[in-house]
Design a protein around this ligand. Structure first.
Ligand SMILES: Cc1cc2nc3c(=O)[nH]c(=O)nc-3n(C[C@H](O)[C@H](O)[C@H](O)COP(=O)(O)OP(=O)(O)OC[C@H]3O[C@@H](n4cnc5c(N)ncnc54)[C@H](O)[C@@H]3O)c2cc1C
Ligand code: SF4
Length: 298
């Protein structure tokens, strides 16, 4: 398959959330929203998923790139660039764990382009998925290639049918902070706790829905994020952990270990790690995840 040419598709600049969701309704699962494009353009170029018939640009919707405080809660527009989130004065002063997390995501160039919504909605995937010739469960195919293949960075928990790990670092920290996502579609909006957003093979968004806002209910009295990666400069997490204490208690969340974020009290998450089900090449990740959890709790 040629990697040289991107297949033709229609491109729309949405001016409102309503316009975006009605365009996405028109195309169904053949339409895709795009924000910074740092993840979606890779898919279009490498063609490991069918090229959508229509791309709906969300960046042209005004007002969704704001970070604000409302009654003690932090509200983040889904189109906020990762760099702008880390540099927000409210984030730096009251939610520094978010800024610490963003600084661990990819590279400065990608953080200047990538958005918060795109980071949360990026595909859970593995290096087999990233190749056009591998038609696995997550693409609707009949098999997962990791158990019989190179699975050193695969999941060690909650595998079910897919052994890829959730790549979003923000999802981990937002889960520990008890975030809620505002999901909007042509029929209205709903608030989804982030712990219910991710499911075995993706997230709960319908093809015509987008994430518009993320709300963190309160500033934590204490919170830390820790991430272990192979390359020091930039890399996805081998394992990561966020632990946050608020008026509702202490929540721990793990990334890089399962297709979804694993969360609970620190004791529950630690016990879940004791019952991990590693693949043939990734037992080492259990100790790394335990160490990240311990450091995030310190
Ligand atoms: C080399 C490289 C290294 C990376 N390293 C890391 C890392 O260490 N940690 C990490 O967390 N991430 C990492 N990433 C992912 C990076 O953070 C994301 O690419 C970026 O945040 C995605 O944002 P975007 O706005 O560019 O998304 P896009 O590419 O525009 O979209 C990504 C996906 O989300 C969907 N989408 C976008 N916005 C919305 C919305 N508002 N509602 C619903 N769906 C939406 C799109 O349809 C698409 O499927 C890396 C990416 C690259 C390319
Ligand atoms: S781990 Fe998931 S994404 Fe990777 S090959 Fe298996 S089903 Fe596909």
């Amino acid at each position: 398959m040629s990697l040289r040419f991107i297949t033709r598709f229609a491109h729309y600049d949405a001016k409102t959330v309503q316009e975006a969701t009605s365009l996405l309704s028109k195309y169904g699962d053949k339409g895709k929203p795009i924000a910074g494009g740092t993840a979606l353009m890779d898919i279009l170029k490498k063609k490991y998923l069918p090229t959508p018939e229509a791309i709906v640009n969300l960046k042209t919707i005004p007002g969704l790139d704001q970070v604000m405080e409302e009654g003690g809660a932090l509200k983040i527009g889904a189109l906020t660039k990762l760099t702008d989130l880390a540099e927000s004065s409210i984030v730096k002063s009251k939610f520094p764990v978010i800024a610490e997390t963003v600084k661990m995501i990819s590279t400065p160039q990608l953080r200047n382009m990538g958005t918060v919504g795109g980071n949360l909605c990026q595909q859970v995937r593995c290096w087999y998925y990233n190749k056009p010739d591998f038609y696995c469960y997550r693409k609707g195919g009949p098999v997962c290639y990791q158990p019989g293949g190179d699975n050193r960075y695969g999941a060690i928990m909650e595998q079910k049918v897919c052994n890829a790990v959730i790549p979003s670092d923000l999802a981990v920290t937002f889960t520990a902070l008890g975030a809620t996502l505002k999901v909007e579609g042509p029929d209205g909006s709903r608030d989804v706790p982030i712990k219910d957003f991710y499911v075995t093979l993706g997230n709960i968004l319908k093809p015509n829905e987008i994430v518009t806002w993320i709300t963190i209910p309160e500033a934590p009295s204490k919170a830390r994020f820790r991430k272990f990666k192979v390359r020091k400069s930039w890399d996805f997490a081998v394992a990561s952990a966020a632990v946050a204490t608020t008026s509702k208690g202490t929540v721990a969340a793990l990334g890089g270990v399962a297709p979804v974020v694993v969360s609970g009290t620190p004791d529950e998450v630690s016990a879940a790690l004791d019952k991990a089900t590693p693949l043939s090449m990734n037992k080492y990740k259990i100790q790394i995840a335990k160490t990240m959890l311990k450091e995030a709790m310190a």
